[in-house]
Design a protein around this ligand. Structure first.
Ligand code: NAD
Ligand code: DAU
Length: 377
Protein backbone atom coordinates (compact mmCIF):
# COMPACT_ATOMS: atom_id res chain seq x y z
CA UNK A 1 0.00 0.00 0.00
CA UNK A 2 1.32 3.40 -0.94
CA UNK A 3 -1.37 6.09 -0.72
CA UNK A 4 -2.86 6.36 2.74
CA UNK A 5 -5.73 8.66 3.66
CA UNK A 6 -5.80 9.66 7.33
CA UNK A 7 -8.96 11.54 8.30
CA UNK A 8 -8.97 13.83 11.33
CA UNK A 9 -5.19 14.11 11.07
CA UNK A 10 -5.15 17.68 12.42
CA UNK A 11 -6.75 16.57 15.69
CA UNK A 12 -5.19 15.16 18.83
CA UNK A 13 -4.68 11.45 18.04
CA UNK A 14 -4.73 11.96 14.27
CA UNK A 15 -1.73 14.31 14.39
CA UNK A 16 0.32 11.69 16.24
CA UNK A 17 -0.70 9.04 13.69
CA UNK A 18 0.17 11.32 10.75
CA UNK A 19 3.56 12.17 12.31
CA UNK A 20 4.39 8.50 12.91
CA UNK A 21 3.42 7.41 9.39
CA UNK A 22 5.11 10.35 7.59
CA UNK A 23 8.38 9.78 9.47
CA UNK A 24 8.34 5.98 9.44
CA UNK A 25 7.16 5.35 5.88
CA UNK A 26 8.92 7.71 3.44
CA UNK A 27 7.65 5.56 0.54
CA UNK A 28 4.01 6.14 1.44
CA UNK A 29 2.10 9.24 0.48
CA UNK A 30 0.17 10.32 3.56
CA UNK A 31 -2.91 12.41 2.78
CA UNK A 32 -4.32 14.17 5.83
CA UNK A 33 -8.00 14.99 5.30
CA UNK A 34 -9.50 17.28 7.90
CA UNK A 35 -12.35 19.79 8.07
CA UNK A 36 -10.42 21.87 10.63
CA UNK A 37 -13.21 22.22 13.15
CA UNK A 38 -12.40 23.86 16.49
CA UNK A 39 -10.51 20.60 17.32
CA UNK A 40 -8.37 20.53 14.18
CA UNK A 41 -5.19 22.57 14.24
CA UNK A 42 -2.44 22.43 11.63
CA UNK A 43 0.03 23.80 14.20
CA UNK A 44 -0.01 20.23 15.57
CA UNK A 45 1.91 19.16 12.47
CA UNK A 46 4.42 21.99 11.94
CA UNK A 47 7.38 19.58 12.21
CA UNK A 48 6.30 17.41 9.25
CA UNK A 49 4.22 19.74 7.06
CA UNK A 50 6.98 20.23 4.49
CA UNK A 51 7.90 16.57 4.09
CA UNK A 52 7.62 15.37 0.47
CA UNK A 53 5.38 12.40 1.39
CA UNK A 54 2.77 14.54 3.16
CA UNK A 55 -0.29 16.31 1.73
CA UNK A 56 -3.12 18.13 3.46
CA UNK A 57 -6.66 18.45 2.11
CA UNK A 58 -9.30 20.49 3.85
CA UNK A 59 -12.61 18.67 3.42
CA UNK A 60 -15.68 17.50 5.32
CA UNK A 61 -16.11 13.72 5.50
CA UNK A 62 -19.85 14.28 5.09
CA UNK A 63 -19.22 15.69 1.59
CA UNK A 64 -19.70 12.43 -0.28
CA UNK A 65 -18.88 13.76 -3.77
CA UNK A 66 -15.65 15.29 -2.50
CA UNK A 67 -14.67 12.02 -0.78
CA UNK A 68 -14.97 10.26 -4.15
CA UNK A 69 -12.84 12.92 -5.86
CA UNK A 70 -10.13 12.62 -3.20
CA UNK A 71 -10.12 8.81 -3.44
CA UNK A 72 -9.57 9.04 -7.21
CA UNK A 73 -7.17 11.99 -7.20
CA UNK A 74 -4.80 10.42 -4.67
CA UNK A 75 -5.47 6.78 -5.71
CA UNK A 76 -6.11 5.87 -2.10
CA UNK A 77 -5.22 2.30 -1.07
CA UNK A 78 -5.73 2.51 2.67
CA UNK A 79 -7.85 4.63 4.98
CA UNK A 80 -7.36 5.30 8.68
CA UNK A 81 -10.52 7.06 9.78
CA UNK A 82 -10.20 9.21 12.89
CA UNK A 83 -12.28 12.28 11.95
CA UNK A 84 -15.06 12.66 14.47
CA UNK A 85 -16.66 14.87 17.02
CA UNK A 86 -15.00 13.51 20.13
CA UNK A 87 -16.10 15.35 23.29
CA UNK A 88 -18.87 13.77 25.38
CA UNK A 89 -20.00 17.07 27.00
CA UNK A 90 -20.48 18.68 23.58
CA UNK A 91 -22.52 15.67 22.44
CA UNK A 92 -24.91 16.18 25.36
CA UNK A 93 -25.55 19.77 24.21
CA UNK A 94 -25.57 19.14 20.45
CA UNK A 95 -26.25 15.51 19.47
CA UNK A 96 -27.09 16.35 15.83
CA UNK A 97 -23.53 17.39 14.99
CA UNK A 98 -22.33 14.07 16.38
CA UNK A 99 -24.81 12.06 14.31
CA UNK A 100 -23.87 14.05 11.22
CA UNK A 101 -20.09 13.73 11.41
CA UNK A 102 -19.68 10.41 13.19
CA UNK A 103 -22.47 8.45 11.51
CA UNK A 104 -23.17 10.13 8.16
CA UNK A 105 -19.52 11.13 7.72
CA UNK A 106 -18.35 7.55 8.22
CA UNK A 107 -21.03 6.25 5.86
CA UNK A 108 -20.08 8.79 3.22
CA UNK A 109 -16.41 7.76 3.43
CA UNK A 110 -17.30 4.06 3.31
CA UNK A 111 -19.51 4.47 0.26
CA UNK A 112 -16.92 6.62 -1.55
CA UNK A 113 -14.22 4.01 -0.84
CA UNK A 114 -16.53 1.21 -1.99
CA UNK A 115 -17.32 2.86 -5.34
CA UNK A 116 -13.67 3.74 -5.98
CA UNK A 117 -12.19 0.38 -5.01
CA UNK A 118 -14.89 -1.57 -6.88
CA UNK A 119 -14.04 0.45 -10.02
CA UNK A 120 -10.43 -0.84 -10.00
CA UNK A 121 -9.33 -4.08 -11.68
CA UNK A 122 -7.92 -5.38 -8.39
CA UNK A 123 -11.05 -4.26 -6.45
CA UNK A 124 -10.40 -4.79 -2.71
CA UNK A 125 -7.05 -6.55 -3.13
CA UNK A 126 -4.44 -4.77 -0.98
CA UNK A 127 -6.99 -2.27 0.34
CA UNK A 128 -7.88 -1.43 3.98
CA UNK A 129 -10.55 0.63 5.71
CA UNK A 130 -9.45 1.01 9.32
CA UNK A 131 -11.96 2.69 11.63
CA UNK A 132 -10.82 4.17 14.95
CA UNK A 133 -13.40 3.79 17.68
CA UNK A 134 -13.69 4.02 21.44
CA UNK A 135 -14.22 1.84 24.50
CA UNK A 136 -17.26 4.02 25.35
CA UNK A 137 -19.41 1.97 22.95
CA UNK A 138 -19.31 -0.89 25.47
CA UNK A 139 -21.11 1.15 28.14
CA UNK A 140 -20.06 1.23 31.79
CA UNK A 141 -18.55 -1.33 34.16
CA UNK A 142 -19.39 -1.87 37.82
CA UNK A 143 -16.91 -1.39 40.64
CA UNK A 144 -17.08 -4.83 42.23
CA UNK A 145 -15.22 -6.05 45.29
CA UNK A 146 -14.24 -9.70 44.86
CA UNK A 147 -14.26 -11.35 48.27
CA UNK A 148 -14.88 -7.98 49.86
CA UNK A 149 -11.49 -6.57 48.90
CA UNK A 150 -11.50 -2.79 48.50
CA UNK A 151 -10.52 -1.64 45.01
CA UNK A 152 -8.09 -1.07 43.49
CA UNK A 153 -6.83 -4.64 43.74
CA UNK A 154 -4.27 -6.55 41.72
CA UNK A 155 -5.61 -8.74 38.96
CA UNK A 156 -4.08 -10.72 36.09
CA UNK A 157 -5.02 -10.33 32.43
CA UNK A 158 -5.29 -13.38 30.16
CA UNK A 159 -2.01 -12.28 28.54
CA UNK A 160 -0.37 -12.65 31.94
CA UNK A 161 0.41 -9.17 33.22
CA UNK A 162 -0.60 -8.00 36.68
CA UNK A 163 -2.28 -4.66 37.07
CA UNK A 164 -4.50 -2.68 39.41
CA UNK A 165 -8.25 -2.75 38.74
CA UNK A 166 -11.39 -1.23 40.23
CA UNK A 167 -13.65 -4.12 39.27
CA UNK A 168 -13.76 -7.71 38.13
CA UNK A 169 -15.23 -7.06 34.68
CA UNK A 170 -13.39 -5.74 31.62
CA UNK A 171 -14.30 -4.74 28.09
CA UNK A 172 -13.35 -7.52 25.65
CA UNK A 173 -13.70 -7.53 21.86
CA UNK A 174 -16.80 -9.70 22.38
CA UNK A 175 -18.50 -7.36 24.88
CA UNK A 176 -21.99 -6.33 23.75
CA UNK A 177 -22.40 -2.69 22.73
CA UNK A 178 -24.31 -0.58 25.25
CA UNK A 179 -23.61 3.12 24.58
CA UNK A 180 -25.06 5.77 26.90
CA UNK A 181 -24.07 9.20 25.59
CA UNK A 182 -24.94 10.73 22.21
CA UNK A 183 -21.18 10.59 21.49
CA UNK A 184 -20.84 6.88 22.21
CA UNK A 185 -24.16 6.12 20.45
CA UNK A 186 -22.84 7.87 17.32
CA UNK A 187 -19.54 5.99 17.49
CA UNK A 188 -21.39 2.68 17.98
CA UNK A 189 -23.55 3.40 14.93
CA UNK A 190 -20.46 4.16 12.85
CA UNK A 191 -18.79 0.91 14.00
CA UNK A 192 -21.88 -1.03 12.90
CA UNK A 193 -21.78 0.59 9.45
CA UNK A 194 -18.10 -0.30 9.04
CA UNK A 195 -18.71 -3.95 9.92
CA UNK A 196 -21.81 -4.00 7.68
CA UNK A 197 -19.65 -2.88 4.72
CA UNK A 198 -17.44 -5.89 5.28
CA UNK A 199 -20.30 -8.34 5.72
CA UNK A 200 -22.38 -6.99 2.83
CA UNK A 201 -19.82 -5.90 0.22
CA UNK A 202 -16.64 -7.68 1.30
CA UNK A 203 -14.79 -4.44 2.08
CA UNK A 204 -11.58 -5.18 4.02
CA UNK A 205 -12.34 -3.37 7.26
CA UNK A 206 -10.82 -3.32 10.75
CA UNK A 207 -12.23 -1.64 13.87
CA UNK A 208 -10.35 -0.81 17.07
CA UNK A 209 -11.77 0.40 20.35
CA UNK A 210 -9.36 2.37 22.51
CA UNK A 211 -9.45 3.76 26.03
CA UNK A 212 -8.78 7.37 27.13
CA UNK A 213 -5.72 8.89 25.48
CA UNK A 214 -3.51 11.57 27.01
CA UNK A 215 -0.45 13.46 25.81
CA UNK A 216 0.58 16.54 23.79
CA UNK A 217 -1.83 18.38 21.42
CA UNK A 218 -5.08 17.39 23.16
CA UNK A 219 -7.71 20.12 23.05
CA UNK A 220 -8.03 21.67 26.54
CA UNK A 221 -11.69 20.76 26.97
CA UNK A 222 -10.64 17.22 27.96
CA UNK A 223 -9.79 16.51 31.59
CA UNK A 224 -5.97 16.41 31.60
CA UNK A 225 -5.05 19.46 29.46
CA UNK A 226 -7.97 21.47 30.89
CA UNK A 227 -6.81 20.88 34.45
CA UNK A 228 -3.13 21.57 33.70
CA UNK A 229 -4.09 24.87 32.06
CA UNK A 230 -6.48 25.82 34.87
CA UNK A 231 -3.88 25.11 37.58
CA UNK A 232 -1.40 27.32 35.77
CA UNK A 233 -3.94 30.14 35.71
CA UNK A 234 -5.24 29.56 39.27
CA UNK A 235 -8.69 28.68 37.95
CA UNK A 236 -11.13 26.15 39.56
CA UNK A 237 -10.81 22.45 38.65
CA UNK A 238 -14.40 21.26 38.03
CA UNK A 239 -14.64 17.64 39.24
CA UNK A 240 -17.86 16.03 38.02
CA UNK A 241 -19.90 14.33 40.76
CA UNK A 242 -17.70 12.87 43.49
CA UNK A 243 -14.72 12.22 41.22
CA UNK A 244 -15.26 8.47 41.68
CA UNK A 245 -15.44 7.56 37.98
CA UNK A 246 -12.67 5.37 36.64
CA UNK A 247 -10.93 5.68 33.27
CA UNK A 248 -8.12 3.62 31.69
CA UNK A 249 -5.41 6.00 30.40
CA UNK A 250 -3.06 5.37 27.48
CA UNK A 251 -0.26 7.64 26.21
CA UNK A 252 -1.30 8.85 22.76
CA UNK A 253 1.96 7.81 21.05
CA UNK A 254 1.31 4.23 22.20
CA UNK A 255 -2.13 4.41 20.57
CA UNK A 256 -0.47 5.58 17.35
CA UNK A 257 1.99 2.65 17.58
CA UNK A 258 -0.93 0.25 18.01
CA UNK A 259 -2.69 1.77 14.98
CA UNK A 260 0.48 1.26 12.91
CA UNK A 261 0.76 -2.40 13.99
CA UNK A 262 -2.93 -3.13 13.36
CA UNK A 263 -3.11 -1.26 10.05
CA UNK A 264 -0.25 -3.37 8.71
CA UNK A 265 -0.76 -6.71 10.43
CA UNK A 266 -4.25 -6.79 11.92
CA UNK A 267 -6.72 -9.36 10.69
CA UNK A 268 -9.33 -8.14 8.20
CA UNK A 269 -12.90 -7.97 9.57
CA UNK A 270 -11.54 -8.21 13.09
CA UNK A 271 -11.77 -5.98 16.16
CA UNK A 272 -8.95 -5.12 18.56
CA UNK A 273 -9.23 -3.44 21.95
CA UNK A 274 -6.43 -1.02 22.82
CA UNK A 275 -5.82 0.05 26.41
CA UNK A 276 -3.18 0.73 29.00
CA UNK A 277 -4.21 -1.62 31.86
CA UNK A 278 -3.96 1.69 33.71
CA UNK A 279 -7.12 2.48 35.67
CA UNK A 280 -7.42 5.69 37.65
CA UNK A 281 -10.22 7.11 39.73
CA UNK A 282 -10.67 10.71 38.46
CA UNK A 283 -9.96 12.32 41.82
CA UNK A 284 -6.73 10.35 42.30
CA UNK A 285 -5.58 11.25 38.80
CA UNK A 286 -6.44 14.90 39.43
CA UNK A 287 -4.30 14.86 42.60
CA UNK A 288 -1.35 13.47 40.60
CA UNK A 289 -1.80 16.28 38.05
CA UNK A 290 -2.00 18.92 40.79
CA UNK A 291 1.16 17.62 42.48
CA UNK A 292 3.07 17.38 39.20
CA UNK A 293 2.11 20.86 37.99
CA UNK A 294 2.87 22.44 41.39
CA UNK A 295 6.26 20.72 41.51
CA UNK A 296 7.21 21.76 37.98
CA UNK A 297 6.05 25.34 38.56
CA UNK A 298 7.97 25.50 41.85
CA UNK A 299 4.76 26.06 43.88
CA UNK A 300 4.61 24.90 47.52
CA UNK A 301 3.45 21.26 47.72
CA UNK A 302 -0.35 20.95 47.73
CA UNK A 303 -0.80 24.65 46.83
CA UNK A 304 -3.30 24.02 44.01
CA UNK A 305 -5.40 21.40 45.86
CA UNK A 306 -7.62 24.31 46.89
CA UNK A 307 -8.70 24.71 43.24
CA UNK A 308 -10.48 21.32 43.29
CA UNK A 309 -14.20 22.13 43.03
CA UNK A 310 -16.92 19.46 43.01
CA UNK A 311 -19.62 20.32 40.44
CA UNK A 312 -22.85 18.75 39.14
CA UNK A 313 -22.18 15.37 37.57
CA UNK A 314 -22.13 14.84 33.79
CA UNK A 315 -25.53 13.50 32.61
CA UNK A 316 -25.35 9.74 32.02
CA UNK A 317 -21.78 9.68 33.34
CA UNK A 318 -20.34 6.17 32.82
CA UNK A 319 -18.88 4.85 36.07
CA UNK A 320 -15.92 2.79 34.91
CA UNK A 321 -14.13 1.90 31.69
CA UNK A 322 -11.46 -0.82 31.63
CA UNK A 323 -10.07 -2.37 28.47
CA UNK A 324 -8.54 -5.82 28.22
CA UNK A 325 -6.04 -5.51 25.35
CA UNK A 326 -4.61 -9.03 25.75
CA UNK A 327 -5.62 -10.01 22.21
CA UNK A 328 -3.50 -7.22 20.73
CA UNK A 329 -0.52 -8.25 22.84
CA UNK A 330 -0.90 -11.93 22.03
CA UNK A 331 -1.50 -11.51 18.27
CA UNK A 332 0.66 -8.53 17.37
CA UNK A 333 3.02 -8.19 20.34
CA UNK A 334 1.90 -4.61 21.08
CA UNK A 335 2.31 -3.24 24.60
CA UNK A 336 2.31 0.31 25.98
CA UNK A 337 5.89 1.61 25.94
CA UNK A 338 5.49 4.20 28.69
CA UNK A 339 4.72 3.79 32.38
CA UNK A 340 1.98 6.19 33.47
CA UNK A 341 4.27 8.17 35.83
CA UNK A 342 6.63 8.90 32.95
CA UNK A 343 3.78 9.68 30.53
CA UNK A 344 2.06 12.13 32.86
CA UNK A 345 5.34 13.89 33.66
CA UNK A 346 6.09 14.30 29.92
CA UNK A 347 2.55 15.50 29.30
CA UNK A 348 2.50 18.11 32.07
CA UNK A 349 5.92 19.39 30.97
CA UNK A 350 4.71 19.65 27.36
CA UNK A 351 1.67 21.80 28.24
CA UNK A 352 3.72 24.00 30.58
CA UNK A 353 6.35 24.47 27.86
CA UNK A 354 3.75 25.12 25.15
CA UNK A 355 1.63 27.85 26.67
CA UNK A 356 1.52 29.58 23.27
CA UNK A 357 -0.16 26.52 21.73
CA UNK A 358 -2.70 26.48 24.58
CA UNK A 359 -3.38 30.23 24.33
CA UNK A 360 -3.83 29.89 20.59
CA UNK A 361 -6.42 27.11 20.83
CA UNK A 362 -8.26 28.58 23.81
CA UNK A 363 -8.56 31.99 22.12
CA UNK A 364 -9.71 30.40 18.84
CA UNK A 365 -7.07 32.48 16.94
CA UNK A 366 -6.16 29.59 14.64
CA UNK A 367 -9.81 29.10 13.62
CA UNK A 368 -10.01 32.71 12.39
CA UNK A 369 -6.76 32.16 10.50
CA UNK A 370 -8.12 29.08 8.67
CA UNK A 371 -11.38 30.86 7.85
CA UNK A 372 -9.36 33.56 6.09
CA UNK A 373 -6.96 31.13 4.44
CA UNK A 374 -9.71 28.88 3.03
CA UNK A 375 -12.30 31.62 2.33
CA UNK A 376 -14.22 30.83 -0.85
CA UNK A 377 -12.61 27.39 -1.31
P1 NAD B 1 -10.20 15.41 18.17
O1 NAD B 1 -11.51 16.02 18.49
O2 NAD B 1 -8.97 15.94 18.82
O3 NAD B 1 -9.93 15.48 16.59
C1 NAD B 1 -10.92 15.22 15.65
C2 NAD B 1 -10.43 15.73 14.30
O4 NAD B 1 -11.46 15.43 13.33
C3 NAD B 1 -10.19 17.23 14.24
O5 NAD B 1 -8.99 17.51 13.57
C4 NAD B 1 -11.37 17.76 13.45
O6 NAD B 1 -11.10 18.94 12.71
C5 NAD B 1 -11.68 16.58 12.52
N1 NAD B 1 -13.08 16.58 12.06
C6 NAD B 1 -14.18 16.73 12.83
N2 NAD B 1 -15.28 16.69 12.05
C7 NAD B 1 -14.85 16.49 10.78
C8 NAD B 1 -15.52 16.34 9.52
N3 NAD B 1 -16.85 16.42 9.43
N4 NAD B 1 -14.76 16.12 8.43
C9 NAD B 1 -13.40 16.04 8.50
N5 NAD B 1 -12.73 16.21 9.66
C10 NAD B 1 -13.45 16.42 10.78
O7 NAD B 1 -10.38 13.86 18.43
P2 NAD B 1 -9.35 12.78 19.00
O8 NAD B 1 -9.42 12.79 20.47
O9 NAD B 1 -8.06 12.93 18.31
O10 NAD B 1 -10.07 11.45 18.50
C11 NAD B 1 -9.81 10.92 17.20
C12 NAD B 1 -10.63 9.66 17.00
O11 NAD B 1 -10.28 8.71 18.00
C13 NAD B 1 -12.13 9.88 17.13
O12 NAD B 1 -12.76 9.05 16.18
C14 NAD B 1 -12.45 9.41 18.55
O13 NAD B 1 -13.76 8.92 18.62
C15 NAD B 1 -11.43 8.29 18.72
N6 NAD B 1 -10.99 8.03 20.10
C16 NAD B 1 -10.54 9.05 20.90
C17 NAD B 1 -10.06 8.75 22.17
C18 NAD B 1 -9.54 9.83 23.09
O14 NAD B 1 -9.24 9.54 24.25
N7 NAD B 1 -9.35 11.06 22.64
C19 NAD B 1 -10.06 7.44 22.63
C20 NAD B 1 -10.54 6.41 21.79
C21 NAD B 1 -10.98 6.73 20.51
O1 DAU C 1 -12.72 6.37 26.66
C1 DAU C 1 -12.36 6.95 25.45
C2 DAU C 1 -12.94 8.34 25.36
O2 DAU C 1 -12.20 9.16 26.25
C3 DAU C 1 -12.92 8.92 23.95
O3 DAU C 1 -13.72 8.14 23.11
C4 DAU C 1 -13.41 10.37 23.94
O4 DAU C 1 -13.27 10.92 22.65
C5 DAU C 1 -12.57 11.16 24.93
O5 DAU C 1 -13.06 12.48 25.00
C6 DAU C 1 -12.59 10.51 26.31
O6 DAU C 1 -13.90 10.61 26.92
P1 DAU C 1 -14.10 10.96 28.48
O7 DAU C 1 -15.45 11.54 28.65
O8 DAU C 1 -13.71 9.83 29.33
O9 DAU C 1 -12.95 12.09 28.63
P2 DAU C 1 -12.95 13.50 29.38
O10 DAU C 1 -11.55 14.01 29.35
O11 DAU C 1 -14.03 14.42 28.90
O12 DAU C 1 -13.31 13.12 30.89
C7 DAU C 1 -12.52 12.18 31.62
C8 DAU C 1 -13.19 11.96 32.97
O13 DAU C 1 -13.10 13.19 33.74
C9 DAU C 1 -14.68 11.67 32.87
O14 DAU C 1 -15.04 10.75 33.90
C10 DAU C 1 -15.35 13.03 33.12
C11 DAU C 1 -14.39 13.70 34.07
N1 DAU C 1 -14.31 15.18 33.95
C12 DAU C 1 -14.07 15.70 32.72
C13 DAU C 1 -13.98 17.07 32.54
C14 DAU C 1 -13.74 17.67 31.17
C15 DAU C 1 -14.41 15.99 35.06
O15 DAU C 1 -14.59 15.50 36.20
N2 DAU C 1 -14.32 17.35 34.89
C16 DAU C 1 -14.11 17.92 33.67
O16 DAU C 1 -14.05 19.17 33.59
Amino acid sequence: MKNILITGGAGFIGSHVVRLFVNKYPDYRIVNLDKLTYAGNLNNLKDIENKPNYAFVRADVCDYERMGEIMREYRIDGIIHLAAESHVDRSIKDPFTFARTNVMGTLSLLQAAKLYWESLPERYEGKRFYHISTDEVYGALEMTHPEGIEPPFTTTASSGEHHLAYGREFFYETTKYDPHSPYSASKAASDHFVRAFHDTYGMPTIVTNCSNNYGPYQFPEKLIPLFINNIRHGKPLPVYGRGENVRDWLYVVDHARAIDAIFHNGRIADTYNIGGFNEWKNIDLIRVIVRTVDRLLGNPEGESEKLITYVTDRAGHDLRYAIDSSKLKEELGWEPSLQFEEGIEKTVRWYLDNQEWLDNVTSGEYEKYYEKMYAGR
